[in-house]
Ligand binder design. Structure first.
Ligand SMILES: C[S@@+](CC[C@H](N)C(=O)[O-])C[C@H]1O[C@@H](n2cnc3c(N)ncnc32)[C@H](O)[C@@H]1O
Length: 208
C-alpha cells in the first residue's frame, strides 16, 4: 500500500472548480484531507474490492483518491454538470484505471442501488453559511440507505448531531478525528486570501 503522503502527492494534480457556486458550497476537499480520509478507510479494509460512492463529488477529489486504492468500482454523484465535467477531466490527470461512473444527480435522492459491500466517502455541504444548519443530514440519510460504512466530513462541533443521527438510523460511529485545513479564497464573501476551516471526520458503520 502506498503511503498517505504518496496518495496526497498523486491528488495534487486534481484541478479545482472552474466557477465555484456559493449555494452548492463548492470548495474542493484539500488533497491532504482527501488522502487522510481514503488512507484511513483503506487501513480499515473499507476500500479494496468494494463499491465506493462519493456523494457531492465536485472535482472528484475523494472519488479519485479512492480509485487509486483498488476498489471494485467508484461512483461519483454530483448535482452540478460543470463540476462533473471537471471531475471527468481530472481522471486522466490522476491516471487511474479503476471503473468510475460519474452520475449527475441529487445526492439526497440518489438513484443508486449498489450491490455488494459499499462504502460512502463524502464532504457534503454543511449549510452553516446559508443558515441551513445540518444540510449534511440528507447526505447522511443517503449514506445510511446505500452503504454499510461511510466516511463523512462535517464542520467542527457536529459530534452530538452525527452520533444521534447514526443511533437513530441503525448506525454507529466507530472512529472520529479532527482535521484543520487552509482553504484558498473561494467566494467574494471570504475576506482573507486563505481561511482556516475546522472539520470533523466520522466513520459510521450502518447495520440496518
Ligand atoms: C464541499 S464540496 C466538496 C466537493 C468535493 N469533495 C471536492 O473535493 O471537489 C460539496 C459538493 O457537493 C455538491 N452538492 C451540493 N448539493 C448537492 C446535492 N444535493 N446533490 C449532489 N451534489 C451536491 C456541490 O456541488 C459540491 O461539489
Amino acid at each position: 500500500m502506498a503511503t498517505k503522503a504518496e496518495l496526497e502527492g498523486q491528488l495534487t494534480v486534481v484541478a479545482g472548480f472552474e466557477n465555484p457556486q456559493v449555494a452548492l458550497e463548492q470548495y474542493p476537499t484539500p488533497p491532504e484531507l482527501a488522502a487522510h480520509v481514503v488512507h484511513v478507510a483503506d487501513l480499515n479494509g473499507d476500500i479494496e474490492d468494494r463499491t465506493v460512492v462519493d456523494l457531492g463529488t465536485g472535482t472528484g477529489m475523494l472519488a479519485l483518491g479512492a480509485a487509486l486504492r483498488g476498489p471494485k468500482r467508484v461512483v461519483g454523484v454530483e448535482l452540478d454538470r460543470d463540476a462533473l465535467e471537471t471531475a471527468r477531466e481530472n481522471r486522466p490527470r490522476v491516471g487511474t484505471r479503476t471503473d468510475i461512473h460519474w452520475v449527475q444527480a441529487d445526492a439526497t435522492h440518489a438513484p443508486l442501488c449498489p450491490d455488494g459491500p459499499t462504502t460512502v466517502v463524502m464532504n457534503p455541504p454543511f449549510g452553516a453559511q446559508q443558515g441551513h444548519e445540518h444540510a449534511d443530514r440528507a447526505f447522511l440519510e443517503t449514506a445510511a440507505d446505500v452503504a454499510d460504512v461511510s466516511y463523512s466530513v462535517h464542520n467542527a462541533g457536529s459530534r452530538e448531531f452525527v452520533e444521534a443521527f447514526a443511533a437513530d438510523n441503525g448506525g454507529e460511529v466507530t472512529h472520529a478525528f479532527r482535521a484543520t485545513f487552509e482553504l484558498d479564497r473561494q467566494f467574494d464573501f471570504h475576506e482573507a486570501d486563505r481561511k482556516e476551516l475546522e472539520t470533523e471526520v466520522y466513520r459510521i458503520v450502518w447495520t440496518d
